[in-house]
Design a protein around this ligand. Structure first.
Ligand SMILES: NC(=O)c1ccc[n+]([C@@H]2O[C@H](COP(=O)([O-])OP(=O)(O)OC[C@H]3O[C@@H](n4cnc5c(N)ncnc54)[C@H](O)[C@@H]3O)[C@@H](O)[C@H]2O)c1
Length: 255
């Protein structure tokens, strides 16, 4: 029965593409009202037509998660449009490769501005509305590389580790107000963030093989594999789940 998120209101950053777009589609299908917040217009054609057809329940707002005023506006848009806020999914992210000696300070700062500061800002601006609502669910998309080292992903892995511990701190800080905070740790998922790395590699076949080899099954997952985890954490089915790491990685971390 597709009604796991009845009357829930969610803001999803990075919702224009990949995991965020799949999450927005599933949330809408499960009964939620959704604000999709992203720097780019929806890339996902299914999501774009859903927004056109159901603008009373799912809307897009342009938002750069590293800019405080943009995040505040995205959160306010949900409350203005739908009257409350139950869930944020902080999914916006960037990934670039490089070991510490090879990356620039600018690469580090940009990675942290989006992957870590952006996550913090979503939590910060969601909290007052969730307190008013008597609770809420904060879902932060980290990575398998937020739990173990990410070879040649120095800044990315560090930023995703920050998301993991930030989510746990928030869980403890707001447990008394009924607010849950959890991180999700995807393995390799076939989306533009990875396709861009592969396409920009000197040898694309080798780069694709490297990503496949990360996975015990020899291939990546699809965005819906992560989006269903978000549905669970946004729903009341997970009411006793907070401060947790939901690993959805096709066995990557099992070896
Ligand atoms: N794909 C994977 O293998 C994988 C694995 C682990 C974690 N993740 C994480 O999942 C999340 C979603 O990535 P994806 O795989 O769907 O990639 P994706 O590239 O399809 O989606 C990322 C989205 O974030 C948006 N974004 C980037 N910078 C932004 C900014 N400053 N403000 C607002 N939006 C911004 C992009 O426009 C894009 O729509 C990311 O946080 C990523 O690190 C992905």
């Amino acid at each position: 029965m597709p009604n796991r998120l009845p009357n829930k209101v969610a803001v999803i950053s990075g919702g224009a593409s990949g995991i965020g777009a799949a999450t927005a589609r599933l949330f809408a299908a499960e009964g939620a009202c959704v604000i999709v917040a992203d720097v780019q217009e929806p890339l996902d054609p299914q999501l774009a037509s859903l927004i056109d057809a159901s603008s009373d329940r799912i809307r897009f707002i342009k938002c750069d998660v590293s800019i405080e005023d943009d995040v505040a506006a995205a959160i306010e848009a949900a409350v203005t449009a739908f009257g409350k806020l139950d869930t944020v999914v902080a999914c916006a992210g960037v990934a670039g490769m490089g070991a510490a000696g090879d990356i620039t300070a600018e690469h580090w700062d940009r990675t942290f501005a989006i992957n870590a500061r952006g996550v913090f800002l979503f939590t910060k601006y969601a909290i007052p509305h969730m307190i008013t609502a008597g609770g809420g669910s904060i879902i932060n998309i980290s990575s398998a590389f937020g739990i173990v080292a990410g070879p040649h992903f120095a800044a990315y892995a560090a930023s995703k580790g920050a998301v993991r511990n930030f989510s746990k701190s928030t869980a403890l800080d707001y447990i008394g107000q009924g607010i849950r905070s959890n991180s999700i740790h995807p393995g390799y998922i076939d989306t533009p963030i990875v396709q861009n790395i592969i396409n920009n590699a000197a040898d694309t076949d080798t780069a694709q093989a490297m990503f496949n080899a990360l996975q015990p099954g020899g291939r990546g997952g699809v965005p819906e594999d992560i989006a269903w985890g978000c549905v669970y954490l946004a729903s009341d089915e997970s009411r006793f789940v907070t401060g947790a790491e939901l690993v959805i990685d096709g066995g990557l971390l099992a070896r």
